[in-house]
Design a protein around this ligand. Structure first.
Ligand code: ATR
Length: 279
């Protein structure tokens, strides 16, 4: 349902066809009977500034920003949320009443909300977290865990220098672990998170023996294709509580939807089905 007065938002990417955000927001718009639309917007890197500047003129309430624009968008918004600056990426833009652009990042929120929904008894403060991978997703997750009170974050990345750089930039309770020592670093951990692409369809499984991980530790993979990654299957077989990765995508969308469309949406099984599609 969309009239001339309808609220507009969308996702800007290049390419943008892979984004599941249109299904996600489309499901919420339909569920709440909102006069609005959420559209995929294919914008080449050299047109990003023009596209963002055009949002208020087109009546857009805001947008999501995805690959490859998340870093470039930081310099193009009128006000940057300090959280987005620390994460070094913008994924959500809100057009204010005066037409100015506010850029924020909801990935860390989505990560934590997914864990809280899937494992209500877990809290960041209860013990060390082991984070595998030091890319963009890892950065948002480390910021979120730090702010939520994690006492220690053990960061292991195949390319150690990248982990060192992240730790130096972010500060906080990060211990860089050598890739060769990643399995031993699971000793005493309360949380294990895979932020690498390993385990994704078409990739090898993450090479990480879980023997040293305490049974009480929670295991999360941010990969969600497939939902049950080899890591999660192995953890489940050892008796760990596991949380899959699709919820991070679903929960990170909540703040944007609420800002643009004025309704706080729910993450539930129907939304998961809408985003994951048949099968
Ligand atoms: P994103 O922004 O989604 O986090 P990214 O920035 O490309 O993606 O980061 C990918 C992560 O997966 C990195 O931590 C990468 O490790 P390197 O920094 O060493 O490249 C990790 N990764 C990719 N392939 C891997 C593999 N075969 N084994 C271990 N880690 C891998």
């Amino acid at each position: 349902m969309l009239t001339a007065k309808g609220r507009l938002a969308g996702v800007i990417g290049w390419p943008v066809g892979h984004s599941r955000s249109p299904q996600l927001h489309g499901h919420w718009l339909a569920r709440h009977g909102i006069d609005g639309a959420y559209v995929p917007l294919a914008v080449a890197p050299d047109r990003l500034e023009a596209a963002l500047r055009g949002l208020p003129a087109l009546g857009f309430r805001g947008c999501n920003v995805t690959v490859p624009h998340k870093e470039a968008a930081m310099a193009l918004v009128d006000e940057l949320d300090p959280l987005a600056r620390r994460i070094a990426a913008v994924n959500t833009i809100v057009v204010r009443e005066d037409g100015s652009l506010f850029g924020t990042n909801t990935d860390g929120f989505g990560f934590l909300a997914n864990l809280q929904a899937g494992a209500p008894a877990w809290s960041a403060g209860q013990g060390p977290a082991v984070v595998i991978g030091a890319g963009g997703a890892s950065r948002a997750i480390i910021v979120a865990l730090t702010d939520a009170g994690a006492p220690e974050i053990r960061l292991a990345n195949r390319t150690r220098a990248r982990a060192e750089k992240l730790a130096a930039e972010l500060g906080g309770p990060i211990t860089v672990i050598d890739w060769a020592d990643r399995a031993a670093a699971l000793d005493g951990a309360a949380l294990l998170v895979n932020t690498t692409t390993e385990g994704m369809q078409g990739h090898a499984a993450l090479d990480l023996p879980l023997d040293a991980l305490p049974r009480a530790a929670l295991v999360n993979d941010i990969v969600y294709v497939p939902l049950e990654t080899p890591l999660l299957a192995a953890a489940r077989a050892r008796g760990h509580q596991v949380v899959d990765g699709i919820g991070m995508l679903l929960h990170q969308a909540r703040p944007g939807f609420e800002a643009w469309f004025g309704v706080a949406p729910a993450v539930d099984a129907a939304l998961r089905a809408a985003v994951l599609g048949p099968g």
